[in-house]
Design a protein around this ligand. Sequence first.
Ligand code: SF4
Ligand code: SF4
Ligand code: FES
Length: 384
Amino acid sequence: MPKCTINGKEVEVKAGATIIEAMYQIDEPIAHYCYHPGLSVAGVCRLCMVEIEGNPRVQIACNTAVTEGMKVNNTSPKVRDAVKWGLDFHLINHPLDCPICDQAGECGLQDQYMEFGKYDPEMAERKQKKHKVVDLGPTVVLDSERCILCSRCVRFTDEVTKTYELGLFNRGDRTEIGTVPGKELNNKYSLNTVDICPVGALTSKDFRFRQRVWYLKDAETVCPGCSTGCNTKVYFNKEGMFRVKPVYNEHVNGHWMSDEGRDTYKFVNKEVRLLKAKKGNGGVWTEMAPGAVAKELVPTLKAAAGDSLALVLTAQYTLEEYEAIVSTFVKTFNTKKIYFWINNKETFENFDGLLLRGDKNPNTKGLLLVFEKYGITAAWADLT
Ligand code: SF4
Ligand code: SF4
Ligand code: FES
């Protein structure tokens, strides 16, 4: 395992690791666009410049392997100058769209410009016009003028989904991203391209123009869309939820999540969502908080305890919730007639080989564990 020094910090990396991987390992900041830890190395943006002791020229960190004793820095004036000019070339044809661009506030180009920008552009030529508002498919819109041609989106469809919908077309400053003839960007993971696009070139049809990102808060959670349980972050404010993005977990979802999982936030915003319970008495219905109704129900359930009581559960709840409800039914209401409801028996065992599973519940395993603990063996067929 080679050891190297980066900006004065010693780091030991696995054999074959690149300098940028070593920098990720010690959370050392480095400007970059085309490198993504979930994709192959392209080495095209030329922004991840570093200086290596004994080497007269700056090198790219994403495609240079660490060797024993290597001394690297990316803070010297030489490196900063290289990044500054690299960035200026990225901006030659870039439009001044920030005020109307969905990426503003979380844009790699804005961030790097604040850090390394030249602030006094010397390019007098007219900017190259490219296609705007290109409909790539059901979920994603492309603005070619904002694209910095990092090729992350192309590599994603080639390497992760293997759907090969995207490509780079034409040459030089006329190069543009596009869909290959006869195809549209239409796969079950298409919105990951929006996440990994470092600029506002790819935008989500669902999210674009609905919120400025600085008006959103976020919280980490787990996707309830299927039993894979991708780690996610939800973005929300007092008007509701607006989007879901994946959070890296090497054991569960890596860097990605499905488009289906992203849609789960819409249920939370729905007005039909059950927020209140109704108690009926002689045809008169009173609205109550669900917790209050549950409390009022206890004496009725106790009176009916035994085999006249049954409970149907879905696998949408947490282990703690199952423990509480199953133990109450078994111990307090004296019944083991507790059933597990599945509405898609035929596709329940499906798996698409990447993340999506046919079991559309986040916690079937948890439910079955609690069933096992309390000796629940009631079968759905007994009910029907
Ligand atoms: S991609 Fe970034 S720099 Fe370009 S217009 Fe959008 S916010 Fe501005
Ligand atoms: S659309 Fe975005 S991800 Fe794709 S090449 Fe352009 S900048 Fe990179
Ligand atoms: S990140 Fe290294 S060249 Fe783009």
